[in-house]
Design a protein around this ligand. Structure first.
Ligand code: SDX
Length: 428
């Protein structure tokens, strides 16, 4: 069967480029030879139509609202799996057998402690530093402590660095929270689950035993699953680009954390809850929806819209169900949930949102649950970074092992001054 190609006609002649087919989803046009043959670049700010790599980790169908991790639908994983098992799946490609999962969980639990000197890094920050500022700083600093796992050409070192990052993120995030409230750090307690360990380090105190609430543990674990990976989003692409230069894994993940912080990306969960609180009451919703539609108003509905999903984000659906369940279990009523439900109802019946295919995304309901569990809004994106580290690490490993991988180096359409001679300041 002849390979499928696409033709390009230019003033300099006709060219054809191979079509590459994936296992599912859009074909891609292999344009690697385009510039050499046509002396032309493609132009795609924001990479709306650009595949940056081949990947077998996560598949998203934005029109159908489908999200698969190594082929498994996110709602099945959220319902039936747990975060450690999803981490194994993302890293290794298949669901683990019982013994494989036990060994993986044991290995991760053996890396949960931080080098003791890293605790002093926190003292350098103001108490009111944003937790994401601390996460960027401390995660980047890991490369100064774990030199024995920074050689990216050594598969064993890549594996140890991957385990260290997955294992230490909960400890680092919990310490950021403790530091912000002036409470002492708690060391990990490895007889607890990954998520239970995190909850104890966050909400426990040395003065008394901490009992992990199984309802909260399950909800938190599910929230980690929903945030674990998401194809080539902005922060994952940042990790891949940083990694393509050969930077060590700790520096790459710190770059991903920095990108995730933005309110258009992972920072939207904090922004969404702040927005819902600002709206305050269902009677103000129409005014905010009008602002979101007003081209002259920079206001956007945070937690709404997505570059890929032009249908309901499947994670948002699970998140909404979890929010209802957690608030009911905790006997917490939060008026913000009523505002969120009504805002969603109004927006999804408004022509502007229907025409632009804007639906709630993963960040719309997550803040309501995290707030009910007891996290301050500034911690929300740090929790997103904690969970997404698994996806970043899986994607980074896939990139390093990709034989087609080379340093990422996009070009540009230059619109600046053409060459001109220097003029001495006396003559300007
Ligand atoms: C995440 O990529 C990922 O996978 C990300 C993520 C992951 O798991 O990694 O899913 C996590 O980042 C989710 C998104 C969280 N961000 C927000 O909730 C912030 C609010 N949403 C937007 O800013 C926006 O929807 C983006 C950034 C998410 C997507 O932006 P795009 O794809 O660049 O689309 P766009 O900005 O070009 O918007 C298309 C149109 C525009 O109107 P026109 O210029 O065509 O007239 O829709 C409008 C926008 O003005 N629009 C909105 C809107 N989002 C888009 N209008 C009002 N409210 C919004 N939220």
């Amino acid at each position: 069967m002849t390979a499928k190609t696409v033709k390009l006609t230019t003033e300099g002649g006709d060219f054809s480029y191979p079509l590459m087919e994936g296992s599912v989803g859009p074909d891609v046009i292999d344009i690697r030879k385009l510039y050499g043959e046509t002396d032309k670049f493609t132009y795609d700010p924001g990479f709306t139509s650009t595949a940056s790599c081949q990947s077998a980790i996560t598949y998203i169908d934005g029109d159908q609202g489908i999200l698969l991790h190594r082929g498994y639908p996110i709602d099945q994983l959220a319902e039936q799996s747990n975060f450690m098992e999803v981490a194994y799946l993302l890293l290794h490609g298949d669901l683990p057998k019982k013994k494989e999962l036990e060994e993986f969980s044991y290995t991760i639990s053996r890396h949960t402690m931080l080098h003791e000197q890293l605790a002093t890094f926190y003292r350098g920050f103001r108490r009111d530093a944003h937790p994401m500022a601390i996460m960027c700083g401390v995660v980047g600093a890991l490369s100064a402590f774990y030199h024995d796992s920074t050689d990216i050409t050594d598969p064993q070192q890549r594996l140890i660095a991957s385990h260290r990052l997955i294992a230490k993120m909960p400890t680092i995030a919990a310490m950021a929270f403790k530091y912000s409230i002036g409470q002492p750090f708690l060391y990990p307690q490895n007889n607890l689950s990954y998520t239970g360990n995190f909850l104890r380090m966050t909400f426990g105190v040395p003065a008394e035993p901490y009992e992990v609430n199984p309802i909260i543990e399950k909800a938190m674990d599910r929230i980690f699953i929903l945030h674990a990976d998401h194809e080539q989003n902005a922060s994952t692409s940042t990790v891949r680009l940083a990694g393509s230069s050969g930077a060590n894994p700790f520096a790459c993940i710190a770059a991903g954390i920095a990108c995730l912080w933005g309110p258009a990306h992972g920072g939207a969960n904090e922004a969404a809850l702040n927005m819902l609180r600002e709206i305050g009451d269902v009677k103000h919703i129409k005014e905010y929806v009008a602002r979101a539609k007003d081209k002259n108003d920079p206001f956007r509905l945070m937690g709404f819209g997505h570059r890929v999903y032009k249908n309901y984000d499947p994670r948002a659906k699970v998140m909404q169900q979890t929010a209802e369940a957690v608030l009911k279990e905790l006997k917490v009523s939060d008026p913000v949930l009523d505002v969120a439900r009504e805002l969603e109802h109004i927006a999804l019946n408004d022509d502007y949102f229907i025409e632009k295919k804007l639906y709630p995304n993963v960040d719309f309901y997550s803040g309501i649950i995290l707030n009910a569990i007891g996290f301050p809004t500034e911690m929300f994106t740090a929790l997103f970074a904690l969970a997404r580290t698994v996806g970043w690490v899986a994607q980074w490993n896939e990139m390093i092992s990709d034989p087609e991988q080379k340093i990422g180096r996009p070009r540009q359409l230059y619109v600046g001054a053409t060459q001109r001679d220097y003029v001495a300041v006396s003559k300007r």
